[in-house]
Design a binder for this molecule. Structure first.
Ligand code: NAP
Ligand code: ZN
Length: 349
């Protein structure tokens, strides 16, 4: 097939609302697959990007990196996927396979990687994301979505799921480990479900009590609101691992006080502003502050298979494409329960 024109939603300029448009998808190359997108999740990173909060946006921008659908065409050299299979696409659509990151099994950190959107493709054209009816992707960057998972609720696994699975695995969340998840949004709620499935003792640290019942239902053992500050005294020295999913600046020093000796706090949230660290908060207890970004393609497949085995998917609210801008406002106001997923059929106006 040649270049195709497909329906999409794009931000025409920084901070502008998203609107219906059309974009071109490349012809299916020898190692490509074409996916008819069924569902596309809304990640807070889409909002940071569209609003140019990270100050590196290129427009028009079609966001979306939590993509699931049905494979409708495969290139001549593709062996791992066939027409009719379910396919998933996460946060990156290409990696070189040759750099130290790729050779080390961490192709999410590829030096020459291509993001699913807001990134330049190998063909010299801007990559455009999942708020669209179809996408053409290198076959080695397409995931197999297990048939047992609800397809719409599986879409957020492609970013939120792997972003939590990877650090929970890396820092050995499991039986006997006390894990705190800071922020109960899209990432946070997947963290609760996955850490619980791994057997860890899970505490949710949320701004207010509003999400307390939800946290218990999602699998949390404990819940504390952070707004009045008492938790920082009561739970001092409690956690082996703290996962910070907050999209805004918070007082990291206060949270570091909640770690045990040798404990680690992992930054996942990406607020636009730099945060300040009091070195005493690390030194007093040989603590580590770390970061983690999504996961490799192989680990994303492992996560999908883990989620299928444990019956883990996202709690979603399905929306139509024309409601994206309103949904963005609700995400920013911490009012999403717990991931918006767009019905891709509605990208066709
Ligand atoms: P989200 O659904 O908006 O969740 C963020 C949660 O943070 C909110 O639900 C809220 O939880 C808490 N929060 C928000 N503002 C806060 C504030 N001012 N003070 C304290 N807590 C606050 O967002 P998301 O999609 O999960 O993404 C979270 C962050 O991770 C974003 O910055 C995103 O760009 C980043 N991200 C990183 C990666 C990675 O690979 N590292 C991948 C995807 C996303 P409560 O209501 O419970 O307080
Ligand atoms: Zn994301």
């Amino acid at each position: 097939m040649s270049v195709t024109t497909v329906h999409a939603y794009a931000a025409p300029a920084p901070k502008a609302p998203l609107e219906a448009t059309t974009i071109e998808r490349r012809p299916v190359g020898a190692n490509d697959v074409r996916i008819e997108i069924k569902f596309s999740g809304i990640c807070h990173s889409d909002i940071h990007s569209v609003r140019d909060e990270w100050r590196e946006g290129t427009y028009p921008m079609v966001p979306g990196h939590e993509i699931v659908g049905v494979i409708t065409e495969v290139g001549a050299d593709v062996t791992g996927h066939k027409v009719g299979d379910l396919g998933g696409v996460g946060c990156f659509v290409d990696s070189c396979g040759e750099c130290v990151a790729c050779l080390g099994g961490t192709n999410q950190y590829c030096r020459n990687g291509v993001g699913t959107y807001n990134s330049m493709g190998r063909d010299g054209k801007p990559a455009q994301g999942g708020y669209s009816t179809h996408i053409v992707v290198d076959a080695d960057h397409v995931l197999r979505v297990p048939a047992g998972l609800d397809l719409a609720a599986a879409a957020p696994l492609l970013c939120a799921g792997i972003t939590l699975y990877s650090p929970l695995r890396h820092w050995n969340a499991g039986p006997g480990k006390k894990v705190a998840i800071v922020g109960l949004g899209g990432l946070g709620h997947m963290g609760v479900k996955i850490a619980h499935a791994m057997g860890a003792e899970v505490t949710v640290l949320s701004q207010t009590d509003r999400k307390k019942d939800d946290a218990a239902r999602l699998g949390a053992d404990h819940f504390r609101a952070t707004a009045d500050g008492t938790v920082f005294k009561d739970l001092r020295g409690t956690f082996d691992l703290i996962i910070n999913t907050v999209s805004a600046p918070i007082d990291l020093n206060a949270y570091l006080g909640l770690l045990k000796i040798d404990g680690t706090m992992v930054a996942l949230g990406l607020p636009p502003e730099p945060l300040s660290i009091n070195m005493g908060a690390l030194i007093g207890g040989r603590k580590s502050l770390a970061g983690s970004m999504i996961g490799s393609i192989a680990e994303t497949q492992e996560m999908l298979d883990f989620c299928a085995k444990h019956g883990v998917v996202s709690d979603i609210e399905m929306i139509r494409a024309k409601d994206i801008n309103e949904a963005y406002e609700r995400v920013v106001n911490s009012d999403v329960r717990y991931r918006f997923v767009i019905d891709a059929a509605t990208f066709n106006p």
